[in-house]
Design a protein around this ligand. Structure first.
Ligand code: PEP
Ligand code: MG
Length: 584
């Protein structure tokens, strides 16, 4: 879910420095000249060619196909990320589809079309078929359109103006464009569109390219060749930086590069506090592309697999086989660790039709409320998950989003029993250890944590939503964002209550909301007895570093003080003291 994006522009009066504020895409500092990139849909010729010229056009098409394959193979050679190589291989397969090539050549010979317009027309025909007949139409059609544009650009001898080693400024980039530009050593990415959790930002993170997204007007405000500073950690871009700023940020950048090397070393160390208390750090992911980062930072499995994008990108996601394959691929790549798969958390602000929009979407037909009304959807998903679980025994947990009353949990428990029985009747060797847990993100569940802890197999605290419901602050509304602080004393009291309930019933408890990504808050959570934390993989080393540096006993004392605080100001002071203690 997107974080609020602040767009501000401020000017330092002593210099000409301007700051643009967007959202963090991938942490890291980049300094350098910009290249403006405009995606161009190539225009194809609309004239016909003479019969005498058709052979020449067929030749040109074949040459372009060979060149495109060469380019893709070169990109393949530069990649070690599994999901990225899969994507390039798919495009190579499309390029080599004999039926597609025959059709292009037929269009040239029979209908006297020039090579570019034959490619355009044949690909368009294929795209229409894909859109009608495939559940994964979106991904396939993006690949297909990429291959088409590559071929036409080669025919037109088109090159873009991207300068090697520059910072790329674009309205929007597809994951494929990011992969392609990464082969030209781009130093950073600035995008008008997208949020922290957009697919482009996720790919940028997995390729470790400092990125700022959601700047809205960067392409209008930044010129080609202009020198900028980009800080992907806080989503800032600085235009016309002074010499002083440049040297400050160069130093910071060098420190960060050095820290990166430390991160890998930190991630190899055992997960235990300075006095030996164990903790576990898992990853929140949504796409297979994020697995390489999960492995790099040695996350112990997936604490939250968000599945909404599968649902939203494949409208009416009814193909169980495809779903099952997706879950299996995640399980395969994260072995031997556990994977917690959350049922579709759709509705609310994620809906298909404008008519589905509600007046209070976050208080509306969302998560399990919607799923229980759409039985086909939830049963399909549970079946796909349970079949995948049968092949990876003891590793799957199912998480129910937006539970607010006990009956919702019971209904899903019954459904799961029925589906397991059906699968057994069909001869599937099911896994009877699949755990069924709930998100604690609605205050009623936190307040009745003792009750829910008696009935659920595990609890996972979603502090992103819990904060918005406890504080009555829309998590995306900038006007009141000052009130949206996950570290508010009211939150700590509730979290403590949930942790105590889980301990009493001896069930597992974790935090998968953003609070766990704050290194100091992570110490406090461990101090409260929540030692399983799940977060975006990029922040994992920083959190781990903080947890390694302190003793469990100190964390417990710290948590106690946090629990006794009355205001956010008190919490700020405690956090500041903890930071100073760490720095000394
Ligand atoms: C949460 O609410 O804290 C959470 C992890 O879920 P999401 O951000 O997907 O709503
Ligand atoms: Mg949530």
């Amino acid at each position: 879910m997107e974080k609020p994006t602040k767009i501000k522009m401020s000017k330092n009066t002593e210099h000409n420095e301007h700051f643009l504020q967007g959202a963090p895409g991938c942490p890291g500092i980049a300094i350098g000249r910009c290249s403006l990139y405009k995606r161009q849909r190539p225009r194809v010729s609309d004239t016909q060619v003479d019969d005498s010229e058709t052979d020449h056009h067929v030749e040109r098409f074949r040459d372009a196909r060979e060149e495109a394959e060469r380019e893709l193979n070169k990109m393949l050679g530069n990649q070690d990320d599994g999901s990225v190589t899969d994507l390039i291989k798919t495009q190579i397969e499309m390029l080599n589809d004999p039926e597609l090539s025959n059709q292009v050549e037929r269009e040239i010979r029979v209908n006297n079309k020039p090579a570019d317009s034959a490619i355009q027309d044949v690909f368009e025909m294929y795209l229409q078929v894909i859109r009608k007949n495939h559940d994964d139409a979106l991904e396939r059609s993006v690949d297909m359109a990429d291959v088409r544009d590559r071929l036409i650009q080669i025919l037109h001898d088109h090159t873009d103006d991207i300068i090697e080693d520059s910072i790329l400024v674009a309205r929007e980039l597809s994951p494929r464009e990011i992969i392609e530009f990464s082969t030209r050593n781009i130093k950073g990415i600035i995008m008008d569109r997208g949020g922290t959790t957009s697919h482009a930002a996720i790919i940028a993170r997995s390729m470790n390219i400092p990125t700022v997204v959601g700047l809205k007007e960067a392409t209008k405000l930044i010129d080609t060749d202009e020198c900028v500073i980009l800080d992907g950690s806080n989503g800032e871009v600085m235009l016309e930086p002074s010499e002083e700023m440049l040297s400050k940020y160069k130093k910071l950048r060098d420190q960060q590069v050095a820290a990166q090397a430390d991160f890998e070393e930190i991630c190899k160390r055992p997960n235990q506090t300075a006095d030996g208390h164990p903790f576990s750090l898992q990853a929140n992911i949504e796409f297979a592309e994020e697995i390489s980062s999960l492995r790099k930072y040695r996350a112990e499995g997936v604490g939250l697999l968000r599945t909404e994008s599968i649902y939203l990108s494949r409208k009416n996601f009814h193909d169980r086989q495809l779903q099952q394959e997706f879950y299996e691929s995640i399980l395969e790549l994260t072995a031997p660790h556990p994977v917690t798969i959350r049922l579709f958390d759709t509705g609310g602000d994620k809906f298909f039709e404008e008519t589905e929009r509600e007046q209070n979407p976050f208080l509306g037909w969302r998560g399990i409320r919607m799923l229980l009304d759409e039985q086909d959807l939830i049963k399909n998903q549970m079946r796909a998950i349970l079949k995948a679980a049968a092949n990876f025994k003891g590793r799957v947990r199912i998480l129910i989003p937006m539970v607010s009353v006990l009956e919702e949990l019971h209904e899903v428990q019954e459904m799961m029993k029925d589906i397991q029985a059906e699968l057994e009747d069909e001869g599937v060797d099911t896994d009877n250890q699949v755990q069924l847990g709930i998100m604690v993100e609605v205050p009623s569940v936190a307040v009745q944590a003792d009750l829910f802890a008696r009935h659920a197999d595990f609890l996972s605290i979603g502090t992103n939503d819990l904060t918005q419901y406890v504080m009555a602050v829309d998590r995306g509304n900038e006007r009141i964002s000052k009130l949206y602080d996950q570290r508010h004393p009211a939150m700590w009291r509730l979290i403590n209550q949930v942790a105590e309930a889980a301990e009493k019933e001896n069930i597992s408890i974790s935090v998968c909301g953003e609070l766990a990504s704050n290194p100091i808050a992570a110490c406090c959570l461990v101090g409260l007895g929540i030692s399983d934390l799940s977060m975006n993989t990029v922040v994992l080393p920083t959190v781990k570093q903080m947890l390694l540096a302190h003793t469990y006993a100190d964390m417990q004392q710290f948590a106690q003080k946090v629990l006794e605080s009355n205001t956010l100001e008190d919490i700020d002071q405690l956090f500041l003291n903890w930071k100073e203690k760490t720095d000394n």
